[in-house]
Design a binder for this molecule. Structure first.
Ligand SMILES: Nc1ncnc2c1ncn2[C@@H]1O[C@H](COP(=O)(O)OP(=O)(O)O)[C@@H](O)[C@H]1O
Ligand SMILES: [Mg+2]
Length: 581
C-alpha cells in the first residue's frame, strides 16, 4: 500500500527534501557570519556599514530558512497526512468488502486501533522520520565539514568523540521505547474493548448486580494500561537528561581544547564562537538517528497490522463474470450441506427446498437447528459450493453479492438502528423518499402509532445518542426499513421476536397483502404466525425433517405438531394468567 502511494507522490518528497537541504545549508550561515563579525569588530576594522551588511546577511538567511521550512513541512508532512487519509479510505473500503466470518472473529476495539494508532505510526515514518533522516545525514555531513574547514579539523575530531554515544543512547532507548509502546498499544485496545463491552452490556451488569466485579475487572485493565504508560514515561524521562549530558561533555571538550587554541592563537575568538554554535547543531541530528530507527520499528509493526487486514481474502468469492439475472423470487436449494468457515461441524445437512416467486414460506425449528444459517446462505454471507443454491436457475456463485442483495431484504433478529432520526433510519436503504411512503411502511410494520408518540415523532433521534426504543419498537422500525427496499425477496429472521404474539401475527398477515408478489420467507418461533404460509419447512439439527401446510403438519405426528401443542398450551396458561387450577 505504501509503495502504491509513493508511486504517485514521490516527487513531493523530492521537493520537500530539497527545501530541507536548503534549510540545513542556510543554517550554516549565521554562526559563520557571527564569528567573522566578532573577529572584525575585535580587529577594529569595522564601521557601521560592515555591521549592517552582516546583519542583512543574517536576516536574509533567516528569511530563506523561514520560507524553506514552510515548504518542506507542506510537502513532506502534508504528504504523510494525505497518506493517513488514503490509508483510512483503503482500510475502510476493504472492511466493506470483508465477509461475515471476518467480523465474527475480529474485535471492534482491535480494528479501531488499526484505524487510529497504526495508521498514525505509519504516518510518522512517512513524515517526521523522513525529515529526521534527511536532517541527520545532511546536517551531520555539512556541519562537520564546516567545522573542519572553517575552524579546525583536529578540534572537530576531538569534540566529536562523545557524539556517537548520542546515537547509541537513542538507539538502545529506541528499542526499549518500542517494546513499551507495544504494551501501551495492547493496553489501549483492552481498555477500549473493555469499556465498550461494559457499556453495551450495562443492562446485564445491572440486572445481575455485579457492578463491583465489573469495576474490579475494568480497574485491572485500566491499571495495566496506566502501568504500561508509566513504564514508557520512565524511559523517556531518562532519555533526555542522558542526551543533555552527552551534549554537555562535547561542549566541555570544545571549551577546554578550543579555549587553549584561542589562547595560543591557533584559532581566532570568532572561529571559536562559530565552532561552538556548530557543535550545538550536531546534537539534534545524532539524536535523530535513534529517533528514526525507533519510528521505523514502530511503524513496521503497525504497517504489518494494517496489511494483515488488507490481505484478508473475503471468504465469499465474487464471480469473475457475474450474471445479471433479474431475480423474481424463485429460489431452489439442492442437497445443501454447510459448515461455518474454519469449523468442521455440519450445521446444514441435505437441505432441499423449492421456493416459487410470490410464495409465503415459513421456517420453523428449535433454537440452533440452522434456520438463521439457512437464510444467511441465501444472502451469500458465507461461501457455498457450486450447484447448491439457485436464483431463477442461476447458481448463487455466478451472482455478485451486490447484485443479489439488491433483490433481497433481510431483517435479522438483532435490530440495529443508526444514531439518527427514525425517519432517516427507515429511509436508509434508498436514501431519500417521500414522507407518506415512510409512514406507509411504518404502518405496515405496526410502528406508526408508537413513532407519533415519540417526543419529535418521525424526527426523533434514536439509538446511542437519542431516545431508547423498546426491543419490539426497534424491531418494527427495522422491519419498516427493510420494507422500504421493496425487494422481490423478503426474509424475516425471527425479526419480530420482541413483539407480542398477536401483533406479530397481525403484522405478518398484513405484510403479506402489502408485499404481494414478493417471496416472503419468515422464520418465527411462533407457529401460529406461519399458519397461513404456502409451505413450512421444519428444521431439526440442520435437516429439514418436515415440510407442508400448517394444517397438514399439525395432523402429522411429528416435531411440528409437538411444538405446536406445546405453544398452544403455553398460550392458554398465559391467557388464564397461569392459574387455571
Ligand atoms: N458464525 C458462526 N460460526 C460458527 N458456528 C455458528 C455460527 N453461527 C451459528 N453457528 C452454529 O450453527 C448452528 C445453527 O445456528 P443458527 O443457524 O443460528 O440456528 P437457529 O437460527 O435455528 O437458532 C448452531 O449450532 C450455532 O452454534
Ligand atoms: Mg436464528
Amino acid at each position: 500500500m505504501i509503495a502504491s502511494y509513493l508511486k504517485k507522490t514521490w516527487w513531493k518528497y523530492i521537493i520537500g527534501v530539497l527545501f530541507l537541504i536548503a534549510v540545513d545549508l542556510l543554517q550554516l550561515i549565521p554562526p559563520r557570519l557571527t564569528g567573522r563579525l566578532v573577529d572584525i569588530v575585535k580587529s577594529n576594522d569595522a564601521n557601521e556599514n560592515t555591521l549592517l551588511i552582516f546583519i542583512l546577511g543574517i536576516l536574509a538567511a533567516a528569511g530563506g530558512m523561514m520560507l524553506s521550512r514552510f515548504w518542506w513541512r507542506y510537502f513532506i508532512i502534508g504528504t504523510a497526512h494525505r497518506f493517513s487519509h488514503y490509508a483510512r479510505l483503503t482500510l475502510f473500503g476493504k472492511l466493506l468488502t470483508l465477509t461475515q466470518d471476518f467480523y465474527d472473529r475480529m474485535l471492534t476495539g482491535d480494528l479501531m486501533a488499526r484505524f487510529t494508532n497504526d495508521i498514525n505510526a505509519v504516518r510518522m515514518m512517512l513524515g517526521p522520520a523522513v525529515v529526521m533522516a534527511t536532517d541527520a545525514v545532511v546536517l551531520t555531513v555539512i556541519t562537520v565539514f564546516a567545522m573542519g574547514k572553517f575552524v579546525s579539523w583536529r578540534l572537530t575530531l576531538l569534540a566529536s568523540i562523545p557524539l556517537p554515544f548520542l546515537v547509541l543512547v537513542s538507539l538502545t532507548f529506541g528499542k526499549m521505547i518500542h517494546n513499551r509502546f507495544k504494551k501501551v498499544q495492547e493496553g489501549f485496545s483492552e481498555v477500549t474493548h473493555g469499556a465498550e463491552e461494559s457499556i453495551s452490556g450495562v443492562r446485564v451488569i445491572k440486572t445481575f448486580a455485579v457492578e463491583d466485579r465489573m469495576e474490579k475487572r475494568y480497574s485491572d485493565v485500566s491499571r495495566r494500561y496506566f502501568e504500561a504508560q508509566m513504564s514508557l514515561i520512565k524511559v523517556w524521562g531518562l532519555f533526555f537528561p542522558l542526551i543533555n549530558m552527552i551534549g554537555a561533555s562535547a561542549s566541555l571538550i570544545a571549551l577546554v581544547l578550543g579555549g587553549r587554541m584561542v589562547i595560543y592563537g591557533q584559532i581566532s575568538l570568532g572561529e571559536f564562537i562559530t565552532f561552538n554554535q556548530y557543535l550545538g547543531m550536531l546534537v539534534w541530528p545524532m539524536m535523530a538517528v535513534g529517533w528514526v530507527l525507533n519510528i521505523i520499528q514502530r511503524s513496521r509493526a503497525s504497517y504489518k497490522r494494517i496489511m494483515e487486514i488488507l490481505k484478508v481474502k473475503p471468504s465469499v468469492k465474487e464471480p469473475e463474470k457475474p450474471v445479471d439475472v433479474v431475480i423474481k423470487g424463485n429460489v431452489e436449494v439442492k442437497d445443501l450441506n454447510f459448515a461455518y468457515p474454519n469449523t468442521d461441524q455440519l450445521v446444514l445437512k441435505d437441505v432441499n427446498t423449492m421456493i416459487k416467486a410470490g410464495q409465503f414460506v415459513g421456517i420453523a425449528g428449535r433454537t440452533g437447528s440452522g434456520k438463521s444459517t439457512f437464510v444467511k446462505l441465501l444472502l451469500k454471507l458465507y461461501p457455498v459450493e457450486r450447484g447448491r443454491i439457485f436464483f431463477e436457475g442461476v447458481d448463487i456463485n455466478d451472482i455478485s453479492s451486490e447484485h443479489l442483495r439488491k433483490y433481497i431484504t433481510y431483517v435479522p433478529q438483532e435490530s440495529f438502528l443508526f444514531s439518527t432520526s427514525v425517519e432517516k433510519n427507515i429511509a436508509f436503504p434508498v436514501g431519500e423518499i417521500e414522507e407518506n411512503e415512510i409512514k406507509f411502511y411504518a404502518q405496515v410494520a405496526a410502528v406508526h402509532d408508537d413513532i407519533v408518540e415519540l417526543p419529535h415523532g418521525y424526527k426523533t433521534v434514536v439509538g446511542e445518542r437519542g431516545v431508547t426504543l423498546s426491543g419490539g419498537q426497534k424491531q418494527r422500525v427495522t422491519l419498516a426499513r427493510g420494507l422500504v427496499k421493496r425487494s422481490p425477496i423478503i426474509i424475516l429472521d425471527d425479526s419480530l421476536s420482541a413483539v407480542d404474539a398477536q401483533t406479530e401475527e397481525a403484522i405478518i398477515s398484513h405484510l403479506r397483502e402489502s408485499v404481494l408478489g414478493s417471496t416472503l420467507i419468515v422464520v418465527s418461533h411462533r407457529l401460529r404466525v406461519l399458519s397461513r404460509a404456502d409451505i413450512i419447512y421444519v428444521f431439526d439439527d440442520g435437516r429439514i425433517v418436515e415440510a407442508g401446510h400448517h394444517n397438514d403438519l399439525v395432523e402429522r405426528d411429528g416435531l411440528y405438531k409437538r411444538m405446536y401443542e406445546l405453544q398452544t398450551l403455553e398460550e392458554s396458561f398465559e391467557r388464564d394468567g397461569g392459574t387455571n387450577g
